[in-house]
Ligand binder design. Structure first.
Ligand code: AMP
Length: 578
C-alpha cells in the first residue's frame, strides 16, 4: 500500500466522529492492506511505530520540527513559525507548504513500508550530532511526500496523530473486515488479552483468520492485559456473591507485571508501559529468582524496612520516574507484594484456578529469600464476620482495604469481573468513594482564576460497552494554584481543535479547550445524582449521572489509561448502593 493511500484513510478517520463509521473505514483499510504491512499500519494508526508497551522516542520537539519543515520546503524558520501560529498544527503547516510547492514529479509515491522504515531510522539516530542528523533525515522524507501524506508523517514524530480511536476499535474493525459485523471481536479479544501487541494480532488474523490466532502464545516480553476488580460495599455482599473466598490486603502502591526469560527482565506498569529502567532493584531481584522463565504480578510499594511501615502512595509514586532513578531508589526502596502467577517455565497458567496459581507462586517465592519480594498475605474466609474482621485489621494497618478473590476463577486478563472484588474503606459510605475520571477539557474560569487561564475541568467516566467517554462533572475545586498551573500544562500538551470523537457531551457543557483522552484524575464527591446536563449512563431522554460537590483529590494518575477510568457500570452500581 502507498503511504498516500494510508494518509487518505487517516484523513477520512479524522473527519468522522461516529465510532461505527470509524470501524467501517478501518475495516476497509485493513482489507486493502497486505498481511506483511498490517502490523505497521496498526501501529501507525495509533500514532506509533511499535506496540504500546515498547518505548522509543523521536526526541523531536516542535522547535526542531520548525527546522525540519524549513529545510524540507526551502523556507525560512520564521516563516514556518508564523504559519504555525496561524494554523496551530504542524501537520497542517506541512500540508500547506507541500501544496504550495506543487507536485514532486521526480519522486514516486512511497509505500507504507518505506515511510515506516524512514521514520524508524529517524527515531533510532543516537549519539553525537544526532539532532542534526534527525532533522536532515526527516526533512528528506517529508520533502518527498504529497501534501496529505506530509501532514500525517509530521504528526507521528510529534505524537500528535489525532485519529480518536483505541485498540478496541481496531479489534472491532478486524472482525468487520471478515464478517461485516463485530461478532468476531469476542473471539479475537482473548488473544489480544494474553499478547497485547495489536500489530501481531492483526497480522495473524489477516494471514489465517481465527486459525492464525491459535498460534498466539504467552511469551515473556509481551505483556498480558491486566485484570480489574469489581467492587462491593460490604463483607456480606461479597460472601453472598462468591461464597468461600480468599482475601488479600489491598496494598496502595502501583501494579507491576514482571517478565523474566533467562536473564532478560521486563517490568510493565498497569498501563502496560515498559518501566524496567525505573526499578533497578526489582530487575536485579527478578534475575535471582530460581526459574528460567516466569511472568507474575504484584503491587510495588515504598517500604521502610526499619520501621516495617508502608509509605503513603504519594511517596511511593515518586518512584515512577525516568530520571534521578538511583537516588530515588535509595530514598524510597520498593517492596513488591506478589499476588499472581501467569506463566512458568514455558507453561501458561492463567487458565488455572486462582488457588492453584497462588500455590505455585508461593512455592517459588518462599524459596527466593529476597528483600524486594514478599508474598501478599492471603486468608480464606467462609463467614462474612471473619472477612469483615480481616478488613478492619487491614484498615487499622493503614491499608486501603482488601481484594477478595474467587478460589476457582481463572485470571480474567483484560477485563473487570467478580473474580476479584475490591472492598475499600470508602466503599463503606458509598457516597464518598473516589472515582477515576478522564479529563475531557477545561474552561478558562473567571475572577482570580482568569489570570491562570484555567478555572474548571470537565471530566468523564468510561462507557466500556460503547468505548466512549461520558461527562459526569464539571470541577472547579480541590486544587492549589500550583496544581492548576500544572494541570493546565498537561492539558495544553494534549489540546485539540473540536471535540474528540469518543466524547459524549451535552452541547451546553462545551469546554473552551478540548483535550485528547489521556489524563485520569482522582475525584471525590458527596453523592451521585441525576442531571439532564451530563451524559454518563444517559439512555434516550432520561437524565444521566452527575456528581454532587466534586473535587479533585489527586492530580493525575499516569499509571491509568483512559479506559481504566471508573466505568458507567460502576457508577450505576454505586448509585444503586446509595
Ligand atoms: P482496580 O485496578 O481498580 O480494579 O483495583 C485493583 C488494584 O488494586 C490493582 O490494579 C492493584 O494495583 C491493586 N492491588 C493492591 N493489592 C492487590 C492485591 N492483593 N491483589 C490484586 N490487586 C491489588
Amino acid at each position: 500500500m502507498y503511504f498516500s493511500e494510508l494518509a487518505s484513510f487517516f484523513q477520512k478517520l479524522e473527519t468522522t466522529d461516529s465510532r461505527n463509521a470509524m470501524t467501517e473505514i478501518l475495516a476497509d483499510l485493513f482489507s486493502q492492506a497486505s498481511a506483511a504491512e498490517i502490523d505497521k499500519i496498526c501501529y501507525l494508526c495509533l500514532g506509533r511505530l511499535v506496540p504500546q508497551y515498547e518505548s522509543y522516542e523521536f526526541n523531536l520537539a516542535e522547535k526542531l520540527m520548525f527546522e525540519v519543515l524549513a529545510k524540507a520546503y526551502g523556507k525560512d524558520k520564521e516563516a514556518v513559525k508564523t504559519l504555525y501560529g496561524r494554523l496551530g498544527d504542524l501537520g497542517g503547516v506541512a500540508q500547506a507548504l507541500a501544496s504550495e510547492k506543487g507536485e514532486v514529479k521526480s519522486i514516486k509515491d512511497s509505500t507504507v513500508e518505506e515511510v515506516f522504515t524512514k521514520l524508524w531510522e529517524v527515531a533510532g539516530v543516537e549519539g553525537e550530532g544526532s539532532v542534526e542528523k534527525k532533522i536532515n533525515l526527516l526533512a528528506e522524507l517529508i520533502a518527498s511526500l504529497a501534501p496529505i501524506s506530509a501532514k500525517y508523517a509530521v504528526r507521528i514524530p510529534l505524537k500528535k496523530l489525532r485519529l480518536g480511536f483505541s485498540d478496541m476499535t481496531i479489534l472491532d474493525s478486524l472482525s468487520f473486515m471478515k464478517k461485516k459485523d463485530k461478532s468476531l471481536r469476542k473471539k479475537i479479544e482473548p488473544f489480544y488479552n494474553i499478547s497485547a501487541d495489536i500489530g501481531k494480532i492483526a497480522r495473524a488474523f489477516k494471514e489465517k483468520d481465527l486459525e492464525g490466532l491459535e498460534s498466539i502464545r504467552i511469551v515473556p516480553g509481551t505483556p498480558i492485559r491486566t485484570a480489574s476488580a469489581e467492587r462491593l460495599p460490604n463483607a456480606e455482599a461479597i460472601i453472598a456473591k462468591i461464597g468461600k473466598c480468599a482475601a488479600e490486603p489491598k496494598y496502595d502502591g502501583f501494579r507491576v507485571q514482571i517478565h523474566k526469560k533467562d536473564q532478560e527482565v521486563h517490568i510493565f506498569s498497569r498501563n502496560l508501559e515498559e518501566m524496567s529502567a525505573s526499578f533497578p532493584e526489582i530487575s536485579a531481584a527478578t534475575k535471582k529468582i530460581s526459574v528460567s522463565s516466569i511472568i507474575f504480578e504484584g503491587e510495588a510499594i515504598g517500604f521502610n524496612s526499619e520501621t516495617q511501615e508502608f509509605l503513603p502512595f504519594q511517596e511511593t509514586v515518586q518512584r515512577k520516574r525516568k530520571y534521578g532513578i538511583t537516588e530515588m531508589a535509595k530514598k524510597i526502596p520498593l517492596k513488591v507484594f506478589v499476588f499472581d502467577l501467569f506463566f512458568r517455565e514455558g507453561q501458561k497458567l492463567i487458565d488455572q484456578p486462582y488457588h492453584q496459581r497462588r500455590q505455585q507462586l508461593e512455592e517459588i517465592f518462599r524459596k527466593s529469600q529476597s528483600d524486594v519480594f514478599a508474598i501478599a498475605e492471603k486468608k480464606i474466609f467462609e463467614q462474612a464476620c471473619d472477612l469483615e474482621a480481616f478488613f478492619q485489621e487491614k484498615i487499622s494497618q493503614g491499608l486501603e482495604g482488601v481484594v477478595v478473590k474467587k478460589l476457582d476463577a481463572p485470571y480474567e486478563a483484560g477485563s473487570r469481573g467478580f473474580s476479584w472484588i475490591k472492598y475499600k474503606r470508602e466503599e463503606k459510605g458509598a457516597l464518598d468513594d473516589t472515582l477515576d475520571c478522564l479529563i475531557m477539557g477545561y474552561y478558562y474560569g473567571r475572577g482570580k482564576r482568569a489570570g491562570f487561564g484555567i478555572g474548571a475541568l470537565l471530566v468523564a467516566v468510561y462507557n466500556a460497552a460503547e468505548d466512549v467517554f461520558e461527562s459526569i462533572a464539571k470541577i472547579g475545586t480541590g486544587l492549589t494554584d500550583e496544581q492548576w498551573m500544572e494541570i493546565k500544562k498537561e492539558c495544553d500538551a494534549l489540546k485539540v481543535e473540536g471535540k474528540p470523537a469518543r466524547y459524549k457531551v451535552h452541547k451546553d457543557l462545551n469546554p473552551q479547550v478540548w483535550v485528547l483522552p489521556k489524563l485520569v484524575t482522582v475525584v471525590r464527591a458527596d453523592e451521585i445524582t441525576k442531571s439532564p446536563l451530563h451524559t454518563a449512563g444517559k439512555i434516550g431522554a432520561e437524565a444521566g449521572y452527575a456528581l454532587r460537590f466534586p473535587r479533585v483529590m489527586e492530580l493525575l494518575r499516569h499509571d491509568k489509561k483512559p479506559e481504566d477510568a471508573t466505568t458507567v457500570k460502576e457508577i450505576t452500581e454505586l448509585y444503586g448502593m446509595q
